[in-house]
Write a protein that binds this ligand. Sequence first.
Ligand code: GLN
Length: 303
Amino acid sequence: MELNQLLGRIVDEVAPLRGSGVVADYIPALARVDPAHFGIAIADLEGRVRGVGDWQMPFSVQSISKVFTLALVLAGSDEALWRRVGREPSGNAFNSLIQLEHERGIPRNPFINAGALTVTDELISQVGDASGELLAFLRTESGNPDLRVDAEVSASEAAHADRNLALTHFMASYGNVRNPVATVLDQYVRQCSIEMSCRDLALAGRFLAAHGVRRDGSELLTRRQAKRVNAIMLTCGTYDAAGDFAYRVGIPGKSGVGGGILAIVPGRCAIAVWSPGLDARGNSVAGVAALDHFTTLTGWSIF
Ligand code: GLN
């Protein structure tokens, strides 16, 4: 099936789901988004990008940022991070505290909030301005110099950060936070509040489909590292629904409570979908359905 035809078919298939689910409102600034939006974009290995629907409309990337901070940290320090963060699915909500005490302040994986806070802490130790480094990377890879932090969303998230503060303090009590808690929180909130469109995200995630090679041909991650980031996306990228996501979609994916999902077909393409209505686990209802149709119609599930 030709790509435009494929994208059109997916839009038709998910049309009845647009507006279903619930827009995240625990960060109040996210609650004002219209749940009926839907966009999808696909970037191939050559950096060509196509999309339909609201694919050029910026939205809050939220936890999708965690893929990129992980990649930047691994590029800078490789294995050192794994002394501080595990790589097992958590089976719990993304902002859960429950396993941290059992695991003595070592989060289960880099994609739940606790793990992502550790990754951000590590990136601060490496580069100082972690969110600035991230933004620069995303601008280059997406070719969009206008990418920015949404100040309203970051202020809103910072004002409602009790849970993330608790997670960071708790890990600090085990010695697993190197920088001041307030600095880690500030940088984490800024990275989550970056606004990107499906177009931008698909292009920025393309290096994961290209075995770690960036747009300019340089290597951000080795093949082994890229393989590993994709594996963690598959097993941990959609929180306590990672098993269901693998079952339905069958490719690495990372969701965010803004309603976006970045998915990777290794060796082929990066796909970004966006629809703000979320299911009970915090994943986009129409987004997961669109990816289910995508891998079914193309046969590009890794299974
Ligand atoms: N910034 C959000 C938080 O920390 C990210 C959560 C998400 O997208 N799942 O709660």
